[in-house]
Design a protein around this ligand. Structure first.
Ligand SMILES: Nc1ncnc2c1ncn2[C@@H]1O[C@H](COS(=O)(=O)NC(=O)C[C@H](N)c2ccccc2)[C@@H](O)[C@H]1O
Length: 523
């Protein structure tokens, strides 16, 4: 009898545990090379992990040596991540879409022992002389095996790094978020214990591998003994393709950012009624505009819609059910309260804890699942892992999220925005979400985004709107008049420009930097 439960300390042990209980259960469902959906059982996944582990072991890599894994989410990619975890090799997931210069910056920063690329992830050779390997369902081959390294550690521990995720970061240089095995396994156990996923679920994950929303899908699907259905970009590029893929794969839970749903809601919302097996949707990454969320709720009648809030630095912090029905009066979505085992506290600018409803403070997260720090950046780490404002003497650190929120009367949190983007306009704090929800009420508008652009020492508010196809030419003056009726003077956009689509970041969030450029240059 193991005195110590190894699944608690290692991501691979934890996620492969179902292989012992239900070896023939599908762990992953994915299209094969002909596009036919195939099932990879937990037993087959475990066998692939063993095969990769056997191929990696002779390379003599040491606990803590990094492996950059360049792949789309797939059974082979999952097996690669788990083989790295088993050997104590922190994986750094990047998607094949990552631009060359960003991948080079990551390679130069983490100095990986190996750059492992999935079969089919073809990228022109990079000016990087490091060691590379290729992997797929047929195994792992090293093109340039790394020189043997001196092993200094004998055991893989819970405190060792499971992965490093580079966030684009709202400002400047990408930062590597270092997550330990203990942090991620503790988090996954808590979220599964809260009942988000059950072992009969088929969990569709639509985010690219370098976004921890994808790791979240892998973690909760395998951690609960359910089935992961990675959805490739080729199955997301049209509403019909997406709906047909989700239906044919028998998906019961869909994970995705709000923009995942925008095209089908705009072009063919009725298609969503075909998803009669979908019992729940988890969205994360940014606020889901209420007008669009209401339409999704109508189309997926009865499905549970969950607002997943949080940052890569703790993977996430809360999962809150959207009220059903979402009343027309509701102006913003709650991010509820922290998942079990964690706690969110609001702290005001003078460091005092906010307990009164309606008062805005910065969310501080206490949790056993906080990241270890930013890779090679102790200064940036010290900015966000701060002494507990309630009593610094403990030496315990909390995550300073940079997110502003307020409490309602039921002690539930409502997200207001990023502290670093709470630009004042003539001294007033602008809530972009409020501007966007007014714009979404315009007749021809199917989605809207607002942004603040500097103009002559102050800031002005500009907006972009996406029109439904049949719309006549956009009448900006009428739209500005409507905003004048609905919004206080400082919240009114200076210009409202029609856009073909809202610009998105690599992870599918609205790209407000690109938006600012588009709306100020649109003719
Ligand atoms: N539901 C939200 N409403 C509103 N603003 C939000 C929300 N979820 C994030 N955000 C924003 O995005 C920031 C975090 O960005 S991030 O580090 O890239 N991480 C994510 O976006 C996803 C996150 N790690 C995650 C992964 C898996 C499940 C849930 C959440 C937060 O600090 C918030 O500002």
């Amino acid at each position: 009898m193991e005195l110590h439960d190894p699944t608690a300390d290692n991501l691979c042990q934890y996620l492969l545990a179902p292989a012992a209980r239900t070896p023939d259960k599908a762990a992953v469902v994915e299209p094969d090379e002909t596009g036919t959906l195939t099932e990879v059982s937990y037993r087959q996944l475990a066998a692939l992990v063993d095969e990769y582990t056997r191929a990696l072991e002779p390379l003599g890599l040491d606990v803590g040596d990094r492996v950059v894994v360049e792949a789309h989410s797939s059974a082979a990619a999952v097996a690669m991540l788990l083989a790295c975890s088993k050997l104590g090799l922190p994986f750094v997931p990047v998607s094949p879409q990552t631009p060359d210069n960003r991948l080079l910056a990551i390679l130069r920063s983490v100095e990986p022992a190996l750059h492992a690329r999935a079969d089919g992830a073809d990228r022109r050779d990079l000016p990087w002389a490091g060691d590379t390997a290729r992997f797929g369902r047929s195994g792992l081959t090293t093109e340039h095996p790394p020189a043997p390294r001196t092993r200094r550690r004998r055991r893989v521990l819970a405190v060792d790094t499971a992965y490093i995720i580079f966030t684009s970061g709202s400002t400047g240089r990408p930062k590597g978020v270092v997550m330990s095995h203990r942090a991620i396994v503790t988090f996954l156990r808590a979220v599964i214990a809260d009942g988000l996923v059950g072992d009969t679920d088929r969990v569709a994950s639509t985010s690219p591998l370098q976004f921890d929303f994808a790791l979240f899908g892998i973690g909760v699907a395998l951690g609960s003994g359910a089935t992961l259905v990675p959805v490739g970009r080729e199955n997301l590029d049209s509403p019909r393709r997406m709906v047909n893929f989700l239906r044919d794969a028998g998906v019961t839970q869909v994970h995705g950012v709000p923009s995942l749903w925008r095209p089908v809601l705009r072009h063919d919302p009725e298609l969503l009624k075909r998803l009669d097996k979908v019992r729940s949707v988890v969205f994360a990454g940014e606020s889901f505009p209420l007008a669009e969320l209401r339409r999704l709720q109508e189309m997926l009648a009865g499905a549970r819609l969950v607002n997943g809030y949080g940052a890569t630095e703790s993977m996430a912090a809360s999962f809150t059910d959207v009220p059903d029905p979402l009343s027309a009066e509701q102006r913003s979505l709650s991010i509820g309260r922290a998942h079990s085992g964690a706690e969110m506290t609001l702290v005001d600018t003078s460091g005092r804890v906010v307990t009164r409803p309606g008062v805005v403070g910065e969310i501080h997260l206490r949790s056993p699942s906080l990241f270890s720090g930013y890779w090679d950046d102790p200064q940036a780490t010290a900015q966000v892992l701060v002494p507990d404002p309630l009593d610094p003497r403990h030496g315990q650190v909390v995550l300073r999220t940079g997110d502003l929120a307020y409490l309602d009367e039921r002690n539930e949190l409502y997200f207001v925005g990023r502290a670093d983007s709470q630009v004042q306009i003539r001294g007033n704090r602008v809530e972009l979400g409020d501007v966007e929800s007014v714009l979404a009420q315009l007749p021809a508008v199917t989605s809207a985004a607002a942004t603040i652009v500097p103009r002559g020492g102050d800031h002005v508010l500009m907006a972009g709107v996406v029109l439904d196809d049949a719309a006549a030419p956009f009448d900006e003056d009428a739209a500005l008049d409507f905003c004048a009726q609905e919004l206080s003077a400082y919240m009114r956009p200076r210009r409202i420009r029609p856009l073909a689509d809202l610009p998105l970041t690599e992870n599918g969030k609205v790209d407000r930097v690109l938006l600012a450029r588009l709306v100020t240059t649109a003719v």
